[in-house]
Design a binder for this molecule. Structure first.
Ligand SMILES: [Zn+2]
Length: 346
């Protein structure tokens, strides 16, 4: 048994290169807190620093209450809030290329990669994709759990998602993303849409934040078959800290690591990363009626007590050490695999 000092020294060393978390609803919260200037620095920076977070996938997401009319407007406002908050801080950089991410990491800056969770902001206008690309959006998931002009999401149940694949517009979005080198994110898409995107594309496929259906069998998560497709395509599965178990008592950091191990057993150590999707804080601050609505439509999230925000990231690394992972493997999980994807796709 290693002394706790040795373990802490190992965590310190493993974290020195920073962690990559490919899914965080940061722009949404900055938009809701638009009257609190500097919120990125006052609230989020201490958590990122405590967890040694180096790269964050900052996801534009439009809540139901803004749709359809306000979708584009709110998305643009979310991007604007992100730029304004970053401008007022000196530890962040919005990155659009792999080169910029590398440079930011070398300068110990926190790199933000803007992503889009659901193409509702585009409506059905493909031209707008170019606008969001120019603003820095570099990864797009076509849908959240609901349906939109591009396709349908996987629902929070073991069956019953739409059996329809992508719409003609959805296929155009995929092709235009490929052309612009926007990473296509398979998180949330329904099983049929997943299959169609795999057929339509050639580059490595990724899922920014998801869980294995083996441990939480809902169509929002991914099956062993789907995990194998990601592996065959040289991609990465980002493991989500929210849907690790349908039972609160099993929503633990050990079960989180079980998901990671499951992916590794199926497709190897080079194809798993982090997509924490920390949202307990966001969830708890919603008005009670909206919270109830989400729980009735989606599912009750069971948050992992010692893994609820970025300041807890060291608990996760300690757990990987405790479970016997080598340093080389831990580094791949914490950042290496996602960095390879940036190098290949951005
Ligand atoms: Zn999500």
């Amino acid at each position: 048994m290693k002394s706790s000092e040795e373990i802490e020294a190992r965590v310190e060393r493993l974290h020195a290169g920073g962690l990559v978390d490919m899914h965080f609803d940061l722009p949404m919260d900055l938009y809701e807190k638009r009257n609190q200037l500097g919120f990125l620095v006052s609230h989020y920076l201490p958590e990122f620093e405590a967890g040694d977070i180096g790269v964050v996938g900052a996801a534009l997401y439009i809540e139901d209450r803004y749709l359809p009319e306000m979708g584009l407007r709110v998305a643009l406002d979310q991007v604007a809030r992100l730029y304004t908050e970053v401008e007022a801080a000196d530890r962040f950089e919005i990155c659009k290329t792999n080169k910029e991410i590398t440079r930011a990491r070398k300068a110990s800056q926190i790199a933000l990669l803007i992503t889009m969770e659901g193409v509702e902001p585009l409506g059905d206008d493909l031209n707008l994709l170019q606008v969001f690309y120019q603003l820095g959006v570099r990864m797009i998931g076509l849908t959240h759990a609901r349906s939109n002009a591009a396709g349908s999401g996987g629902i929070f149940a073991a069956s019953g998602s739409s059996s329809d694949g992508l719409t003609a517009f959805g296929r155009e979005v995929v092709q235009e993303c490929e052309r612009l080198s926007i990473i296509i994110d398979l998180a949330h898409i329904n099983p049929k849409g997943f299959e169609e995107i795999a057929d339509l594309t050639k580059r490595p496929l990724i899922v920014s934040h998801t869980n294995a259906r083996k441990f939480y069998d809902v169509e929002r998560n991914i099956s062993d078959e789907q995990i194998k497709i990601i592996g065959q395509r040289g991609g990465v599965v980002g493991v989500n800290a929210i849907l690790v178990s349908p039972n609160a008592e099993n929503a633990t950091s050990d079960r989180y690591v079980d998901h990671i191990e499951h992916v590794i057993n199926l497709i190897g150590i080079d194809h798993v990363g982090i997509g924490f999707d920390f949202c307990e804080y966001l969830f708890q601050q919603l008005p009670e009626d909206i919270r109830n609505e989400i729980q009735s439509k989606l599912t009750t999230p069971h948050f992992i007590p010692d893994l609820t925000n970025h300041s807890h990231a060291r608990n996760f690394t300690r757990k990987l050490i405790e479970r016997g992972f080598s340093d080389a493997d831990i580094e791949k999980i914490l950042r290496g695999n996602w960095l390879r994807i940036f190098e290949q796709l951005l």
